[in-house]
Design a protein around this ligand. Sequence first.
Ligand code: ATP
Ligand code: MG
Length: 255
Amino acid sequence: MTALLAAVGVCKSFDGFKVLDDVSFAVPERGLTGIVGTNGAGKSTLFAVVSGQLDADGGRVSFADADITGLRPMRRARLGLGRTFQVPREFAHLTVRENFLVAARREYGETLGSVFFGWGRVQREERTLRDRADGWIEFLNLKKVTDKPAGTLSGGQKKLLELGRMLMTEPKCILLDEPFAGVNPVLVEEISTRIRELNNSHGIAFVIIEHHLEALKALVQHLYVMDQGRVIADGEAAAVLAEPRVLEAYMGGVI
Ligand SMILES: Nc1ncnc2c1ncn2[C@@H]1O[C@H](COP(=O)(O)OP(=O)(O)OP(=O)(O)O)[C@@H](O)[C@H]1O
Ligand SMILES: [Mg+2]
């Protein structure tokens, strides 16, 4: 099976300290893949390299049959590779719907539509965008807070908003950095269900970094374990987590 997203031999150092040391991983089309590892293992840095926020010192990243190493984040997003952040980055003073609309406009860039096609067309495009936003808002169960400032949402709702902002860019693959962190158990279940639905009915692949192992195990088909900048194990989630070297890496660690 060809990979939708793959990293091969990725390295990254900060001030001479190797944070990513020859990391490789592959995500199949429509796959649900997890990444776990103790604090500081390099998981978020790996996402930053894969999504283009950071340049790697070595290695390659490919997506949808293209070598994307060196592409700017926006170019990667346009190819269908989206990323959410460990700490949600909503615009706190904008409403939930406005956050969705900004996400779509920012990824596609402001169009010159008004110059070339006139105001009518721009208005139609706005209407389409707004309908799309409202569709995802309903899907994510955020309808009751559509017109509320995003800063007033709960931790879990902010995670759903982050996911929704991603969906506005029509991704093929979404990298989720700790979608369950700071989220109450009921919403953890709800977010998991939404991810499964997006995977099943929209064919979106997910790569999910999580410390919440039970929820992650129930969700993913394949799991990578990182420790001190390296992938130390990968395979079916329950089997991988039972491997002695994985247990050893976690001993005394926060998980
Ligand atoms: N911009 C940076 N400059 C210098 N060091 C950094 C930078 N970003 C990350 N690091 C260091 O790289 C290491 C890996 O950090 P990273 O955020 O990737 O870990 P993580 O696996 O996501 O951890 P956590 O589970 O706590 O989120 C840490 O030692 C961190 O301090
Ligand atoms: Mg992290």
